[in-house]
Design a binder for this molecule. Structure first.
Ligand code: CP
Length: 302
């Protein structure tokens, strides 16, 4: 890989070439055909927040490359006794060759990468970035569309708090797609347009979806809606993806969701399980993409 990054901390610092190299490497990966690329390597999966998809797929990816894994949850480690992120990182560095970290604070993986000498992979940090999710989202789109260039990708939901929306927006615009954000005003700050060049904000969902090639639905926490005094029924009326709304997008538009998905709120069952939904393909592709990430940052490094 040309200009291979030492760690994967976000999509924003990557060049388009580096993104394309990750995606090309993922195309060659298949968890059903295990490799020995990382035989003898140990990878810590350090999760300070809950996860199903990201943790499981990083673990399967590491094992499919011959590495062994150590899974650590904040609730069952010395973190619970007050150990700092720095000391936890220094301790793990004595034992493992790389750390995949999810943390509620934006910048935690970057902090670890400055302190430690081993590669760090960001598995989601606060409201900042979720780079492996953006790579798997792009990979999934490219299995159905020839290129991202010129595609209209509409992201709907809680954009403000979403690290997925941020990483996706960086990646999609770097590869030439047109990104539209749609959601309630309080979950859709004006600064969102400064994230990446050319991002549009459209408040009306029907208008936003018209002519879309990809509809990316995001998770919306019900507690957050009530905290912001947004009525749940009103949210569903204005922002739920239902069969009528899917028809506003292009005929072959993809319906995506990074998960976890709240059925009946963000989208209806008919849409979630419908022919245009690629939600489960995203999960499978997550393993391939994470194999490519681990092989790229650890392969050949001793
Ligand atoms: N998309 C995603 O990050 O899902 P998990 O929280 O289950 O890992």
């Amino acid at each position: 890989m040309n200009g291979k990054p030492r760690s994967l901390l976000g999509i924003e610092p990557l060049t388009s070439r580096q993104i394309i190299d990750f995606l090309s490497a993922a195309r060659k990966m298949d968890p059903k055909r295990p490799r020995t690329t990382l035989r003898g390597r140990r990878i810590a999966l350090l999760f300070y927040e809950n996860s199903t998809r990201t943790r499981v797929s990083f673990e399967v990816a590491a094992k499919s490359l011959g590495a062994s894994t150590v899974v650590m949850h904040a609730s069952s480690s010395s973190i619970e006794k007050g150990e700092s992120l720095k000391d936890t990182g220094l301790t793990l560095q004595s034992i493992v060759d790389a750390i995949v970290v999810r943390h509620p604070n934006s910048g935690a993986p970057t902090l670890l990468s400055r302190i430690l000498d081993i590669p760090i992979v960001n598995a989601g940090d606060g409201m900042h970035e979720h780079p492996s999710q953006a790579l798997l989202d792009a990979f999934t789109i490219l299995e159905h569309k020839k290129t991202l260039k010129g595609l209209k990708i509409v992201t709907v939901g809680d954009i403000y708090h979403s690290r997925v929306a941020r990483s996706d927006a960086h990646l999609f615009t770097k590869l030439g797609a047109h990104v539209t954000f749609c959601g309630p005003e309080v979950l859709l700050p004006e600064e969102a347009t400064q994230l990446a060049p050319g991002i549009r904000i459209v408040r009306d969902m029907d208008e936003a979806l018209t002519g879309a090639d990809v509809v990316m639905m995001l998770r919306v926490q019900q507690e957050r809606l009530s905290g912001l005094q947004i009525n749940l029924d009103e949210y569903i009326r204005r922002y739920q993806l239902n069969p009528r709304r899917v028809k506003l997008a292009k005929k072959n538009a993809l319906v995506m969701h990074p998960g976890p998905m709240i059925r009946g709120m963000e989208m209806t069952d008919e849409v979630a399980d419908g022919p245009q939904s690629v939600v489960l393909e995203q999960v499978l592709n997550g393993v391939k993409v994470r194999m490519a990430i681990l092989a790229s940052i650890l392969g050949g490094r001793r």
